[in-house]
Design a binder for this molecule. Structure first.
Ligand code: ACM
Length: 566
C-alpha cells in the first residue's frame, strides 16, 4: 500500500514537473503538449499591428544577444512563424497567452504590455535551452496563459548614497523587464548627494552632487536632464515607469550645501538635514524644483519622501523664526508644522496633475485620497499600514523586512543591515506578502503592489549591488506576479537553479543560496569591528575611564557626518 502511494506521488510530481516550464515568475497556467518547435534563423516574426514592430525588434535583439540567432520580420502575419496578435477581449494589463505548436508560436494579448511579457516568457524559454545542432533550439509545444497578481511591481534604487550611472541603471532596467517588474523608483536626492540636474538651480547638481556616503569629497556625480530623458525612454520601451524621488523636508543636506539659504538648521549628527519651513522662499524654490523634475517624467508621479524628518526636526524647535511661525499658525508642535510643509509641497504636485507618492509618515498629512500612494516601509509599525488603508489610500508594500535589499541575506554575511538580528533571505522575499500580512489587509483592493528598496550606504560598487540584488530580484518577481495559490517555493528554487547560468553569462556577481561559497560575499566597506575592551590596570587605577573616553572620541572623529536611514 505504502509503495503504491509512493509510486502515485512520484507519478504526480513528475506530471507536475512535466507541466512546468522554466519561466520566472511562474505563469498562471501552463499546459505542455506533444511536439517541438524548432527555433532558428528561419523563425520570422509577424505582427497584427504596426505598433508591435518595436516590441518585435526588441525581442530580435535579445535573441541575437543571447543565442546569436538573427530573426527577420515577415510582411505577412499569416505566414510568419512567430505571430504577435493584439486582440479585443478585455484583459488585465500585462496578461497574455503564449502558444507554441510544432508549426508556430503565437502570442496574443489585449495590450502591448501583454505582448511584451509574452515575448519575455518566450525569451526565457529560449535562454533555458541549450543550443541544438548547428543553430536549432527545440522548444516544447505548450499553452501558457498568464496575468500579474499586482499592477505595482517595483524596485527602488538609492543613487544618492552611491552613484552607479547610466549603464548600470540600464542593466538594472533590463533585468527588471526580464522579471516583469514595471516600476523603477529612483531615489535621487538625500543627505549625501543630489543627483538630478535642475536648470534653475545649477548648484544643486554641481555642489550638491559632490560626495557619496563613503567619500564626502567624491567628484560631483549626477544625471543631466538629457540622461534622465534617455533612461526614461529606455525604461518605457520595456514597459517600466520611472518615478523620481525628491526627498523633503528631511534628508536635504546635499541640497542645503548648494543653497544654504533654505536650510532648516542643524542638530548633532544631522547637519542641515531639513528645509526651512519658516522661509516663504523655500516653498517657491521647491515648487520650481518639483516643476522641472515633473516635466522630465511622463508618468506624472512624484515621490516626495517625507520620511524620518524627526531626525532633524529638533533644529526647528531651536529657531526663532520657526517659533514665530508656529505661534502665528497656532501649531501645537513641530509635527503639525511638518504636516503643513508636506501638504503645501504635495499641493504643488497635484496642481501639476501628478500623483503624490510618499513614505508612510505621510499617512497623517491629510493628502488627497485617490491622488496619493503610501509606501509602507516600517514593518515595526503595522498601525501605519492599517491607518493608510483605513483612510483609503492606495498602498505599496515595501517593509524593511523582507524587502530592503541592503539587508544581509545569509547568516554568514558580515556587511549589511539587520533588524534585531533578523535579515532578508531569498525565502523571505519569495514568501512575501502572504505569510507576513494579516488577511484582511492583504485582500484589500487598496494594496496595489509591492516593491523592494535598495539603499546604498554599504553598496559602493556594481559588484556588491549585483550581490545584494541577485537572486532576490527573482524572488521579488514571483512575489509580485504569481497568484498565491500557485506559489511553490521548491519549484521556484528548481527554476532559479536552472537559470543561474544566465547570471553567469551576463557577468553578474550574484549570491548563490544553493552554494553560498560560489561567490564570496562582496563587501565594499568592511564593518567596523568593535575593539575588544582592554582594561589596563595602572598603579593609580585610572585608565579604565580614560580608555572609554578616548574610544568615544575616536568613534566620533572617524564617524560619518550623516547617519543611516533607520
Ligand atoms: C526609509 O527607509 N527611510 C524610507
Amino acid at each position: 500500500m505504502k509503495f503504491k502511494l509512493l509510486a502515485a506521488f512520484l507519478l504526480l510530481s513528475s506530471y507536475i514537473q512535466a507541466q512546468n516550464v522554466n519561466i520566472i515568475p511562474q505563469p498562471k497556467s501552463v499546459n505542455i503538449s506533444t511536439g517541438q518547435f524548432i527555433f532558428n534563423n528561419h523563425a520570422t516574426i509577424g505582427v497584427s499591428d504596426t505598433s508591435l514592430i518595436k516590441l518585435a525588434d526588441h525581442f530580435r535583439s535579445e535573441v541575437a544577444k543571447a543565442k546569436g540567432l538573427i530573426l527577420s520580420m515577415s510582411n505577412n502575419e499569416a505566414t510568419s512563424l512567430i505571430d504577435l496578435v493584439l486582440v479585443n477581449t478585455p484583459q488585465a494589463t500585462g496578461a497574455y497567452a503564449l502558444k507554441i505548436t510544432s508549426q508556430r508560436i503565437t502570442i496574443t494579448s489585449q495590450n502591448k504590455e501583454g505582448i511584451f511579457y509574452g515575448l519575455v516568457s518566450l525569451l526565457q524559454l529560449i535562454k533555458d535551452q541549450p543550443q541544438g545542432d548547428g543553430t536549432n533550439i527545440s522548444l516544447s509545444a505548450c499553452d501558457i496563459t498568464d496575468s500579474p497578481r499586482y499592477q505595482w511591481r517595483g524596485l527602488m534604487l538609492d543613487e544618492a548614497r552611491h552613484f552607479f550611472g547610466k549603464q548600470k541603471v540600464k542593466q538594472l532596467l533590463d533585468w527588471m523587464a526580464y522579471y516583469k517588474l514595471n516600476k523603477f523608483h529612483w531615489h535621487l536626492t538625500d543627505a549625501q548627494g543630489w543627483r538630478i540636474e535642475i536648470k534653475k538651480y545649477p548648484k544643486l547638481a554641481l555642489i550638491g552632487g559632490i560626495g557619496a556616503y563613503s567619500d564626502s569629497s567624491a567628484e560631483p556625480s549626477y544625471y543631466t536632464q538629457d540622461d534622465i530623458k534617455e533612461i526614461v525612454a529606455y525604461a518605457a520601451s520595456r514597459f517600466i515607469t520611472v518615478i523620481p524621488e525628491i526627498d523633503m523636508p528631511g534628508h536635504a543636506t546635499a541640497a542645503n550645501k548648494a543653497y544654504p539659504e533654505f536650510t532648516g538648521g542643524s542638530v548633532a549628527g544631522y547637519p542641515n538635514f531639513t528645509f526651512n519651513p519658516a522661509n516663504e522662499g523655500t516653498y517657491q524654490y521647491l515648487a520650481n524644483i518639483i516643476k522641472e523634475t515633473n516635466a522630465l517624467f511622463p508618468a506624472h508621479m512624484m515621490h516626495l519622501g517625507g520620511d524620518e524628518v524627526a531626525f532633524g526636526v529638533k533644529a526647528w524647535s531651536l529657531d526663532t523664526a520657526i517659533a514665530h511661525m508656529m505661534q502665528r499658525k497656532k501649531f501645537e508642535d513641530v509635527g503639525e508644522l511638518e504636516r503643513y510643509f508636506f501638504k503645501r509641497m504635495t499641493d504643488t504636485v497635484i496642481s501639476l496633475n501628478s500623483k503624490i507618492l510618499a513614505w508612510d509618515e505621510a499617512t497623517g498629512s491629510d493628502l488627497p485620497v485617490g491622488k496619493t500612494i503610501i509606501f509602507w516601509w516600517r514593518q515595526n509599525l503595522p498601525g501605519q499600514l492599517h491607518l493608510a488603508l483605513q483612510r483609503n489610500y492606495e498602498v505599496v508594500l515595501c517593509p524593511r523586512l523582507p524587502l530592503y535589499f541592503d539587508f544581509v541575506q545569509d547568516s554568514g554575511h558580515v556587511s549589511g543591515r539587520k533588524w534585531n538580528g533578523v535579515f532578508n533571505r531569498l525565502t523571505d522575499v519569495y514568501n512575501f506578502p502572504d505569510r507576513q500580512t494579516p488577511a484582511d489587509e492583504l485582500n484589500s483592493k487598496l494594496i496595489i503592489g509591492i516593491q523592494a528598496n535598495i539603499w546604498t550606504e554599504t553598496i559602493g560598487s556594481e559588484r556588491r549591488l549585483d550581490f545584494m540584488l541577485f537572486p532576490r530580484i527573482a524572488g521579488l518577481a514571483e512575489a509580485c506576479w504569481t497568484a498565491p495559490e500557485l506559489k511553490n517555493e521548491l519549484a521556484f528554487n528548481d527554476r532559479l537553479k536552472a537559470s543561474l547560468k544566465n547570471y553567469d553569462s551576463a557577468g553578474i556577481y550574484y549570491y548563490n543560496p544553493f552554494d553560498p561559497a560560489y561567490h564570496p560575499e562582496a563587501v565594499d566597506f568592511p564593518p567596523r569591528v568593535k575593539e575588544p575592551k582592554v582594561i589596563k590596570y595602572s598603579r593609580h587605577h585610572t585608565s579604565k575611564k580614560s580608555h572609554g573616553k578616548t574610544a568615544r572620541k575616536d568613534k566620533r572623529g572617524a564617524g560619518r557626518s550623516h547617519k543611516k536611514r533607520k
